[in-house]
Write a protein that binds this ligand. Structure first.
Ligand SMILES: [Zn+2]
Length: 177
């Protein structure tokens, strides 16, 4: 919910006075409510917003840069929690008379970065996250579970299904060498 006084509202009076000048904006703040069906940004997670604002011909402001954002999701196969961090590219334009769906509004003497950040994040959250690329989903209860350290192949050369809950352990290196 955009509010007056939000750190994401940036005054642009100086910027518009001198077309061609740039202003670096580096903000670290949480934006609650960033979620799609498949994934979400924790409400208290800090976003790393690094944008260059540039005044163009005194009539428009461009915002270019990146937004770094942590996300969490449920693996679409085994429903385990998956998390990660993504860096989203931002390239947007603010205008006094914005074109619907294309540019963002300049509000007299300031712009609100929140809708730009919000749109960029929502468009880039994972839509079908996997805990690992070869996740095979939950193991049926009647199949044996393979523990780390046990041979992965039986005498026929078939790899038995692995319990995805052990997947994280595969990344650990127990070998001291
Ligand atoms: Zn999974």
């Amino acid at each position: 919910m955009p509010t007056r006084g939000s750190v994401l509202r940036v005054g642009i009076t100086e910027l518009r006075r001198r077309p061609g000048t740039q202003r670096l904006v580096a903000l670290r703040t949480a934006i609650p409510g960033l979620a799609v069906t498949s994934a979400r940004v924790p409400d208290d997670a800090e976003l790393a917003i690094d944008l260059t604002l540039e005044s163009v011909e005194g009539t428009a402001i461009t915002a270019r840069g990146t937004v770094g954002v942590p996300w969490v999701a449920d693996c679409r196969r085994c429903l385990d929690v998956v998390s990660g961090t993504m860096v989203v590219e931002v390239r947007e334009v603010y205008e006094a008379h914005p074109r619907d769906g294309e540019t963002y509004p300049i509000e007299v003497d300031e712009i609100d970065l929140e809708p730009v950040v919000r749109d960029a994040v929502l468009l880039n959250l994972p839509i079908s996250p996997l805990c690992r690329s070869d996740c095979e989903g939950p193991v049926p209860h009647d199949l044996p579970v393979t523990l780390p350290g046990e041979p992965l192949e039986d005498e026929h050369g078939d790899a038995p299904p692995k319990d995805p809950r052990w997947a994280a352990l595969d990344d650990l290196n127990f070998d001291p060498s």
